[in-house]
Design a protein around this ligand. Structure first.
Ligand SMILES: *Cc1c(COP(=O)(O)O)cnc(C)c1O
Length: 404
């Protein structure tokens, strides 16, 4: 038997299930079997599948105008940018792109341009190479393009692709001494971090430490860039992950939930930072096109109307307290509806495979932890149903080395 998947590059080993349809928190496979989706396409479908308002906006826009390129104005770009800026507290400007990695590439290029102008003095047209450095965190994830991967503090992901662009180094979460040391070299233009690490294992970054990071950046005139590609737009129970700490970032990157499944990303920066770019410095063919922004506009409207942050906070509390007492769950970490259950001795890959068999979609975020990132509109009854499935699965999958 030939495998049609062999026509794809072997970058993924997808689970043996083919989803053909979705509605709200449910997915349906080719045989019509229903699943509860508690990973949401990796924290992307924050409003659930086939949301009627988003679907209608896309259909209408598809019949109207898909794309004109950034050589011309379109009606949606300023409108969506203004909404994103308002949600971020105002005073900034937005660059639209197509993915999280692209949003971070924009942030990294912007930081170089800003730092170059800073060193060379205002009005300078040339970037100084002196402060191109970026400090990020161990276990972070910023994307798969070369610079975003260089910032990703996971040596295993980087090793096959050396040499990577120079100037990137990562420090441990909470290590203020290492950060101060890195900044003291004078070669750093930006600190880039996720306020709660998603792909790296749902690792919490203490709020008090973020306050310290902000102060260290200020003391060294270094930009604080927050990668909110996964945490942004309500996921953690606030509009943005940084709001829990009360700090103000200089640059924020967004993507995953912004289009509820339509590829769209954004890089926001304080106006003074954003203005380091001049026409020609950065660009994209598709970014900011009417179709993607029609999705983003609809998503943001629904998110505001439904108050998704509050819902995520409440639903997240419910999910966490339902998970904690399960035999087989050692601890729960994360915030809002971005949670990881650390399993007591069970390989997470076995648990996610067994969960899929019982109709629950979750993801093995580390070899010993399962990530849950359902729709922010998930119902309490759906949470209870998912937790019941997980409880049954943990009963099926024996812990390594005997009962725990
Ligand atoms: C997913 C993710 C990215 C990369 O986004 P892509 O759209 O896959 O390029 C970057 N940063 C964070 C925090 C992410 O979770």
């Amino acid at each position: 038997m030939t495998d049609a998947w062999a026509s794809l590059m072997p970058t993924y080993a997808p689970a043996p299930v083919t989803f053909v349809r979705g509605k709200g928190s449910r997915l349906f496979d080719a045989d019509g079997r229903a699943y509860l989706d508690f990973i949401g396409g990796l924290a992307v479908t924050s409003l659930g599948h086939a949301h009627p308002v988003v679907a209608e906006a896309l259909a209408t826009q598809a019949r109207t105008l898909l794309h004109v390129s950034n050589l011309f104005r379109n009606e949606l770009a300023p409108e969506v940018a203004t909404t994103i800026d308002r949600l971020l507290g105002g005073g900034g400007r937005v660059f639209f792109c197509n993915s999280g990695a692209e949003a971070n590439e924009c942030a990294i290029k912007l930081a170089r341009r800003w730092a170059g102008r800073r060193s060379a003095g205002p009005g300078s047209g040339t970037a100084g190479p002196g402060r191109h450095g970026v400090v990020s965190l161990e276990q972070s994830f910023h994307g798969r393009t070369l610079a975003a991967m260089a910032a990703t503090g996971q040596p295993a992901k980087q090793a096959p692709f050396q040499p990577l662009p120079p100037g990137f180094r990562s420090i441990a979460i909470g290590d203020s001494a290492a950060l101060a040391e890195a900044l003291s070299t004078g070669g750093v233009g930006a600190v880039l971090l996720e306020p709660l690490q998603g792909e790296g294992g749902v690792n919490e970054v203490p709020d008090e430490w973020l306050v310290e990071v902000r102060a260290l950046c200020d003391a060294s005139d270094v930009l604080l860039v927050l990668d909110e590609v996964q945490t942004g737009l309500g996921r953690t129970g606030r509009w943005f992950g940084f709001e829990h700490s009360g700090i103000r970032p200089d640059v924020v990157t967004l993507a995953k939930a912004l289009g509820n499944g339509v590829p769209v990303g954004a890089c926001w920066a304080r106006a003074e930072v954003a203005d380091a770019f001049v026409p020609g410095d950065h660009g994209t063919t598709f970014g900011g096109q009417p179709l993607a922004l029609a999705a983003a506009r609809a998503v943001l409207e629904v998110m505001e109307a439904e108050d998704v942050s509050s819902r995520a906070a409440k639903a997240g509390d419910h999910l966490r307290s339902a998970l904690l007492p399960l035999p087989g769950v050692a601890s729960v970490r994360g915030r809002g509806l971005l949670l990881a259950a650390e399993l007591a001795g069970r390989p997470s890959a076995d648990v996610t495979a067994a969960a899929l068999g019982r109709g629950l979609v979750v993801q093995a975020v580390t070899p010993t932890a399962v990530r849950l990132a359902p729709s922010l509109l998930v119902a309490e009854a759906e949470i209870d149903e998912a937790v019941a499935i997980l409880a049954a699965v943990l009963g099926d999958v024996p812990p390594v080395g005997g009962p725990a």
